[in-house]
Each structure stands twice: as structure tokens, then as C-alpha cells.
Write a protein that binds this ligand. Structure first.
Ligand code: SF4
Length: 353
């Protein structure tokens, strides 16, 4: 089983409406704690050869001593640091030492960075809940490109895309990103997620942007097909011939843990934690390895709900049918979670939904 630790050394500068990872400004992890935790995780990883990684998540560029942390992260023996490189640009562009920060990333082998667009100007700012965020994200993309980094743009579709498509195209041409990704937000049983629902793209949004997709390096037919497959209308059809019980019991091959700024280690990705393991600084590596060995994977389905609490097939189908049929989600599981939110199904999550 793959094991990933969501390692949070600092908070995020935005509070995106679709965020299930509790984005938002958070405290900083002390540098000595961060270095001690990297070392401890490396000792734990020795019990799981080639299976353990961590991600410096949220906005590590907010940490004043990020260079030192990156250096430690890239010199571990048993654990790999997965660098997703996504940034809001707000922390980076506010730093007077931004060249040195990016230089530290480059020297440690991290060359890829990305910004996410949720539309242009005020639309982007509305989704991420921060005025001026669009401008900073674009400025960061240009700055990273000038520094010799590979720059990616992730287009996180929502209803604004139909109106903003022309300007998005012009921006893509202007920034000259090396790669462009296209993503449909998922839904997890986290309280924040309902804030995004009024913005969720519909099948009509996809039809409106179809002619722009080739310009955004996307295969229009594939994207439209994926949107149809993950629409509420299609989920209704799938449910009619599905054995939900076996879906919940499906084995999952990834275990997510999260390490917060106070060094508390949790089971579950950031924002969807289900169990406290303890203060990593004080835990023996053998003990944590034993706990991990006995945990099931938690990437989906049964990770968030006790099977005993799940509604019957008839109630699930009824709740899915009550949703607008044209809404499009990142995956089928998201549609079920969205329906369960209306049914008020209790979850295993530590935070209240
Ligand atoms: S989605 Fe990412 S950028 Fe947005 S608030 Fe959450 S962690 Fe921050």
C-alpha cells in the first residue's frame, strides 16, 4: 500500500470555496519541529520500503525558512517528498527574498510549479475568497517562468468559465504555460464543500466552452464524455444496476495521513481527518509503523463513512434524483457524498460537517 503524509508547515493564503483541506491562513510549524518531523518520518518510512512519501502541502512558500526545510526534505533516505508545486502566488509575491526561495527549490530539484485559475479577475477572486488573488497568481506564473521553472496552469472549471473562456484563452497565450491541466472539482463530506455548489459547472457549461478546449490543449470529445459520465443524470442510471455494499468494501491501495503545524499526526488527508495518532515529536517510529500497518487504505468510499450508517439503495437513489441532473462532479463518489450530505449521514470525520 502507498502511504502519503500531507505535511503542513504553513497555512494557505486563500480560502477556496471548493477546498476540503481547510485552506486558510494557519500557524507556522517551527523550523526545528519541521526538521525533527522530517527525520522521524524518514525513520518510519524505513519500515515500508519504497512506499512512503510526503507532500509539503497548502502554501509552504509562506514559511520564512522554507529553504532549510526543502533541503532536509530532499535529503531523506527512505521517504520521497512529492512536490505538487501548486501555488496561489500570494505568499511568494509578497516576499522580498522570492528569488532566493525559488532558487532553493531549483537547487533541491523542484522545477515544476503551477497556478490554478477559477476564471478571470473578480470571478477567480470570488471562488478563492481573496481580493487581488488573480493578479498575484498570474504575476507568480510570469515570475516562475522568468526564473527558469516549468510552469503549469490548472483550469478548475466552474460556471464562470462559459463567460470567461475568451479571456482565459488570451491569458494562456500570454503566460505561455508549459502544461495546461483541466480539472472538475470533487465533493467530499466536508462542511466547506457546500459553498462551491452554486458555482458547480453544468453540462451546459461544458457545451459552452467546448470550442475553446483544443486551444487549452485539451481533447474536447474526451472532456465532454467525462462530464457526461460524471453528471448527476448518469449517476442515477449507474445506481440502478449497482451493488453499493460491495463498492464500500472495495479495497483501497493508498493510506493518507496528515501532519499539522502543531506536529499532531492524523489518519486521513488534511481536512478529512478521522483519527488522531499523536504528537509525532514524541512518538517512537516502531509504534507509528505498527499503527500504520494495521490501518486500511482511506482514499475513498469507506474511508469517510461507517458502512453501518449508510442509507439503503432506495434512499440513496432518491437523494441523487433530488439533485439537478445537469450538475457535473469530478467523480461518481462525489455525487454519492453530495447526496449523503442532504440525507445528513454521519461521517467518521473528526471535524463537523
Ligand atoms: S484549494 Fe488549495 S489553494 Fe485553495 S484554499 Fe485549499 S489549500 Fe489553499
Amino acid at each position: 500500500m502507498e502511504i502519503n503524509v500531507d505535511f503542513l508547515v504553513s497555512g494557505c493564503n486563500t480560502q477556496c470555496k471548493h477546498c476540503y483541506v481547510n485552506g486558510g491562513p494557519g500557524p507556522l510549524m517551527r523550523t526545528d519541529d519541521a526538521l525533527a518531523c522530517i527525520e522521524k518520518l524518514d525513520q518510519i518510512a524505513a519500515f515500508f520500503p519504497n512506499s512512503m512519501s510526503f507532500t509539503l502541502d497548502h502554501e509552504p512558500m509562506n514559511h520564512p525558512e522554507i529553504g532549510m526545510i526543502l533541503d532536509a526534505a530532499s535529503h531523506t533516505k527512505h521517504i520521497t517528498n512529492f512536490h505538487h508545486g501548486m501555488t496561489t502566488g500570494l505568499g511568494l509575491m509578497a516576499r522580498g527574498d522570492r528569488e532566493a526561495v525559488i532558487q532553493a527549490y531549483l537547487e533541491n530539484g523542484y522545477i515544476e510549479f503551477g497556478i490554478t485559475l477559477h476564471g478571470v479577475s473578480a470571478h477567480h477572486d470570488e471562488i478563492v475568497n481573496r481580493k487581488g488573488a488573480f493578479e498575484k497568481a498570474v504575476a507568480a506564473a510570469r515570475f516562475l517562468s522568468q526564473m527558469g521553472c516549468t510552469v503549469q496552469i490548472s483550469l478548475m472549471v466552474n460556471r464562470f468559465f462559459a463567460e470567461d473562456a475568451d479571456q482565459i484563452s488570451r491569458l494562456i497565450d500570454d503566460v505561455k504555460a508549459d502544461d495546461i491541466y483541466f480539472a472538475i472539482p470533487i465533493f467530499t463530506p466536508h462542511a466547506n464543500m457546500m459553498r462551491f455548489e452554486p458555482y458547480r459547472a453544468t453540462l451546459e457549461t461544458f457545451e459552452a466552452i467546448l470550442c475553446y478546449l483544443p486551444r487549452w490543449n485539451q481533447n474536447a470529445e474526451e472532456i465532454l464524455e467525462k462530464a457526461r459520465e460524471n453528471s448527476v443524470g448518469m449517476a442515477e442510471k449507474r445506481l440502478e444496476s449497482m451493488d453499493l455494499q460491495s463498492l464500500w468494501k472495495e479495497e483501497q491501495d493508498t493510506l493518507y495521513l496528515s501532519l499539522h503545524q502543531d506536529c499532531m499526526l492524523y489518519v486521513g488527508n488534511s481536512g478529512v481527518e478521522t483519527q488522531v495518532i499523536g504528537d509525532l515529536r514524541e512518538l517512537a517510529p516502531e509504534m507509528v509503523a505498527d499503527v500504520i500497518r494495521n490501518l486500511p487504505g482511506n482514499s475513498d468510499y469507506g474511508a469517510f463513512y461507517d458502512i453501518a450508517n449508510l442509507p439503503s439503495m432506495a434512499n440513496t437513489l432518491e437523494a441523487v434524483k433530488a439533485l439537478p441532473r445537469n450538475l457535473v462532479y469530478g467523480d461518481f463518489a462525489s455525487i454519492l457524498y453530495r447526496a449523503f450530505a442532504d440525507l445528513d449521514i454521519p461521517t467518521k470525520l473528526l471535524s463537523k460537517i
